[in-house]
Design a protein around this ligand. Structure first.
Ligand SMILES: NC(=O)c1ccc[n+]([C@@H]2O[C@H](COP(=O)([O-])OP(=O)(O)OC[C@H]3O[C@@H](n4cnc5c(N)ncnc54)[C@H](OP(=O)(O)O)[C@@H]3O)[C@@H](O)[C@H]2O)c1
Length: 330
């Protein structure tokens, strides 16, 4: 089978591997579509912990169960499934264990034609989704779901800001918040993404690169109850300025690094919460899929290309030109 690995010197290499055999409680899934996350590109740039040369990359995939191992219910045979990339979240739903990691580094992932996986880590693909839509969902969907609902406690009619809406996780936070009935505002550096967000239901879209975007956002919204962010950096202080009293900022990444200063005075006076979030536990993975099914949410897909051309998708992610997920198909 074909697979994409991270090689020596962080090169992306295609290799041929034996098709694995499912063990007890496992199924063999023939992958039909995979999707990129920014971590895949960070790994390529050597900017991720635990990189093992020779590891198959990839954390998101959709496929069909071809074989079942011992003890597996025959109902799974031929089912189209999504794969939960979590490994060893652990017993505490509030925080992952110290063994926690994600498929695709440090252990083998899903950018390959076949994978064996425990049945606890698969879920039936929602019927309204294509294989491409299914592949787009797991990592980004679960990260957005936990940030928005577990930590963010997103409610109907609240003002919610999703920053950098072009991002793979941000697009899900945007769609999930819309489905909840929140007043959703977005930021993006890209005019096309801002226009598209308005078409999809955003109340307003601001360019976080405009000098006066904070003023414009405050005027338009009156302030936010909840912000979902992955940029962090000094921009966190702009977000703090934009919060309504008792507002919550949830961040799941720090693309812009650490802030040089933190406006702690405004935070304590306005009772602002700044909350970190990462991925989601296995129950939240299932709850996210149920939410997507119930609300018939369609992941935004930037582009689909043959698996042989997946390296081009990495290049596009590096440039940040995509709106929605970058998908590759077998
Ligand atoms: N903790 C976790 O479990 C977890 C899970 C997934 C991702 N992450 C992290 O979250 C970040 C995003 O991941 P992703 O896969 O969604 O990446 P992505 O698809 O490449 O999205 C990155 C987006 O960030 C936005 N952005 C860049 N600079 C910004 C700024 N100054 N202010 C606001 N937005 C800005 C851009 O949005 P526009 O193009 O709209 O300007 C860009 O499209 C990465 O740091 C990643 O490591 C963490």
């Amino acid at each position: 089978m074909k697979a994409l690995i991270i090689g020596d010197n962080n090169q992306l290499n295609f290799i041929d591997k034996e098709i694995p055999k499912p063990k007890e409680n496992e199924v063999l899934v023939k992958i039909t579509a995979v999707a990129l996350n920014h971590r895949d590109q960070f790994i390529r740039e050597g900017k991720y912990p635990g990189i093992n040369p020779g590891t198959i990359l990839g954390s998101d995939a959709c496929g069909t169960v071809m074989e079942i191992g011992e003890q597996v219910d025959a109902v799974w045979k031929d089912k189209e499934v999504l794969i939960n990339p979590n490994i060893d979240w652990g017993e505490n739903p509030k925080v992952q264990s110290s063994q926690y990691h994600i498929l695709g580094t440090p252990s083998d992932g899903l950018f390959c034609e076949y994978v064996t996986i425990d049945t606890k880590k698969i879920a039936e693909k929602p019927a309204h989704l294509s294989a491409e839509g299914g592949a787009a969902l797991p990592l980004g969907g679960m990260t957005a779901f936990r940030a928005l609902f577990h930590h963010g406690n997103c409610k109907k009619n609240e003002n919610v800001l999703i920053s950098g809406v072009g991002g793979g996780v941000a697009q899900f936070a945007f769609q999930f918040a819309l489905a909840k009935g929140a007043n959703v505002y977005v930021t993006s550096s890209d005019e096309t993404k801002r226009t598209k967000s308005i078409e999809l239901g955003a109340k307003e879209a601001f360019n976080y690169k405009d000098e006066d975007w904070v003023k414009k956002a405050k005027q338009a919204s009156g302030g936010f109850n909840l912000v979902i962010d992955s940029a962090a950096g000094d921009g966190i202080n702009d977000l703090i300025k934009l919060m309504k009293p008792a507002g919550r900022i949830v961040f799941y990444g720090a693309t812009q690094g650490k802030p040089q200063n933190l406006d702690v005075h405004r935070m304590f006076w306005n009772q602002i919460t700044l909350q970190g979030s990462t991925m989601a536990n296995d129950d939240e993975f299932k709850a996210m899929i149920t939410y997507v099914k119930k609300n018939r949410i369609e992941p935004i897909i930037d582009s689909v290309r043959p698996f042989e051309e997946i390296v081009e998708a990495f290049d596009k992610m590096k440039e940040g030109k995509q709106f929605g997920k970058l998908v590759a198909k077998f």
